[in-house]
Design a protein around this ligand. Sequence first.
Ligand SMILES: [Zn+2]
Length: 434
Amino acid sequence: MHRKILILAALILMSATVLVVWNHLRPPRPGAPVDRPPMPPAPSAPLLSVLAQPPDWSRLGRFHHALTRPEFETLLTSVFVTGGRWREFIEIHDDAVDVRHDADPAAGMTRIPFASDGRRAVPVRGWRRARELPPFPPGRPLDGLRIAIDPGHLGGPWAMLEERWLQVGDGAPVCEGDMTMAVARHLKPMLEALGASVFLVRDGSDPATRHRPESLLSLAEASAGAGTPDEVIRKTAERLFYRTAEIRARADLVNQHIRPDLVLALHFNAEAWGDASAPQLVDRTHFHVLVNGAYTDDEIAMADQRLAMLEKLMSGTHEEEALLATRIAEGFAAFTGLPPYQYDPALRNVLPVRDHPYVWARNLLANRLYDCPVLFMEPYVMNSTVDYPRMAAGDYEGLREFNGRPIPSILREYATALAKAMEAAYAGIREPGG
Ligand SMILES: [Zn+2]
């Protein structure tokens, strides 16, 4: 989600290697992250994303009479889709919406009745909106809130493999996964002091997935065309490990065990840097927050993503994500002074949210798979002349001088800015108690 070129390359690779994979359906073992063994493609399976489960369309049953037709249509077309291909799969009538399970009509469909004047149901959700929480005690606006902090990437021994690592000259190497972990450790007690129960999705650089690149080689091979060089297959297996399998395992942890009201996914942004040991630097820095949305035509065509999008749309995560993201972005930007990042409006995989300069919608694996509202924080730029020296300096107490200005460690500044933004956001949304 950082380097445009990588994003485009990844998108091209994923659409070129769309895999049709049936997985074993096996019950999760309590207390353990769940992985599904990779299976070879089955000829008659619906179109699915890599390592996805076959969709359980009965999950849409809980949304009967949850939204009116105008509510559904507005959310779908202004937040969740960027093209027109959804019409092949989603048919909107006055009283219900029909969702096809596959492009082939014989595969069946699911009907979800709309809410009407006399009939509206509130869908059962595993998370609570800020407004649904009881009045908060003085000084504790996060009281009762369950927050999962997801420190992006792995870091440690995986930093070079996951390509979130760079080094300028003889400077210290900068690893995104280690920095997000350090921020998470500073942030957790700050949010707890404001009343929240806080869980870390990882604590260290151990993967949540039991897969390793070697265990995904056969899947990578099956997705590649004949004559694909071994090096390309190896890279694909690595990406399946640190991106796909790892995030799917984290989603199982979040949805089945942590069950939070909100996930804060911590990242550092970067721009295209070329060679990691001689990276190209840019002289700017910026910040934005991502929420779920902006599904492309190719993504809507995949059954698992179509189902996930409808669950997101109908469970009301967008309203909560947009409300929190705009307020938290404002608090974070005010504290750090970071200017907004502007996406290229021509991109088909991103949409502005409420015309807010700092908030954008994108369909990422983590913000799609985690059931509750998810905010992706994307502050600072790893290969920036402004931020890199601060990152290379690592963690420190107090202030140090950069360009004649005494400033705190970038890791502590990130955590403090986010805690203060969370405090102001929830204090503004919840009712204060006595
Ligand atoms: Zn990241």
